[in-house]
Design a binder for this molecule. Structure first.
Ligand code: NAP
Length: 310
């Protein structure tokens, strides 16, 4: 007979590590399944200036690494792997991770959200050849080149600003003329002499698959209908994220965009299953709010196990 865990945490971003820390300190011996993108979005960001406690800011990868170490120090167990299937129809829940099956009394879903792609005909073929969703991972390869960032939110502003460290020019292309980005991030990008803005413009495709590298974008102005080819060496996407919740389809409630629906912050409709962080938060999506909801989920698990005699 396999052991039944008290709690399994799916995901190792801010929410997952914080849930792991609290569960470990409650002596619940949590098991964290790290997922496809260990460390989540913080692991691919640069300077984090809005996480309280770090007056000079802290690099995202360092922050997330610290969180992992802190949880591990109290006994959280980490395991590489990805949740393929979950049976939440009865407790203990049954989780399938690769070839393994794990049973657990409670589940914390902290699987976060992954980068959104534009869905262009040539986009996937050019990923890693000039198409990227990670400025910090790939920016270095475009030193001295002219490149493009797509999006009008904080991610796009952050990427564009960061990429000016390498690129000779960054053109930020946005489909509207109003920006979703916060004023401070927008102003920072606007005042950077290496960043140019192209608004009311969409990308219809990226070229050139036959050359195995990005050479240009096919652009279209939404107001005038004009189309043209825009030479560039890279296209970085900063157009938001998609929640990683597909494996719970049909078992947990999700909204039209796939975000898990929770009540009382982290409770799902299945008793014993809790969701925290970006997989259930389409409104705030901050490192600190993800950490906060990870803490809530852990406290709920503690309460739930106690009430169920564990
Ligand atoms: P976001 O705020 O949802 O912005 C996504 C942007 O991409 C929007 O401008 C959107 O255009 C555009 N977009 C989406 N789909 C598109 C498509 N198919 N084609 C063209 N454009 C498309 O996402 P985000 O910038 O990733 O930010 C998410 C959250 O993280 C926010 O709460 C943000 O404040 C936070 N964040 C904070 C920081 C920081 O403080 N350091 C850094 C990054 C992110 P529309 O505006 O037209 O919809």
């Amino acid at each position: 007979m396999t052991d039944i865990r008290n709690v399994v945490i799916i995901g190792s971003g801010c929410a997952g590590h914080t849930a792991a820390l609290y569960c470990a300190r409650a002596n619940l011996k949590p098991l964290v399944i790290e997922g496809h993108e260990p460390g989540g979005q913080l692991s691919i960001t640069t300077l984090v200036e809005n996480f309280p406690g770090f007056p000079d800011g802290i690099q995202g990868p360092e922050l997330i690494d610290n969180m992992r170490k802190q949880a591990a120090r109290f006994g959280a167990e980490y395991r590489t792997g990805h949740l393929d299937k979950a049976d939440l129809s009865r407790r203990p829940f049954t989780l399938t991770i690769g070839k393994d099956t794990i049973q657990t009394e409670t589940l914390i879903i902290a699987s976060g959200a992954s980068a959104r792609w534009l869905g262009l005909p040539n986009e996937q073929a050019l990923i890693g050849r000039g198409v990227s969703s990670c400025a910090t991972c790939d920016g270095f390869f475009f030193s001295g080149k002219e490149i493009v960032v797509i999006g009008g939110g904080d991610s796009a502003m952050e990427e564009a600003t960061f990429l000016t460290r390498f690129a000779s020019k960054v053109t930020l292309i946005h489909r509207r003329s109003e920006f979703r980005a916060s004023k401070i991030m927008l102003d920072r990008a606007r005042s950077n002499p290496k960043i140019a803005f192209l608004t009311d413009t969409v990308v219809d495709d990226v070229l050139d698959v036959s050359k195995k590298e990005v050479t240009a974008l096919k652009l279209r102005n939404l107001k005038t209908g004009e189309s043209w080819e825009f030479p560039t060496s890279a296209m970085f996407l900063g157009i938001g994220h998609i929640p990683n919740a597909k494996m719970f389809e049909g078992q947990l409630e999700a909204d039209a965009d796939g975000y898990l629906i929770t009540h009382n912050n982290v409770l799902t409709k299945v008793e014993g299953a809790f969701a925290c962080g970006d997989v259930q938060d389409r409104r705030y999506r901050q490192a600190i709010t993800a950490a906060g909801s990870g803490c809530m989920a852990a406290l709920e698990v503690e309460k739930f196990l106690e009430e169920h005699g564990h």
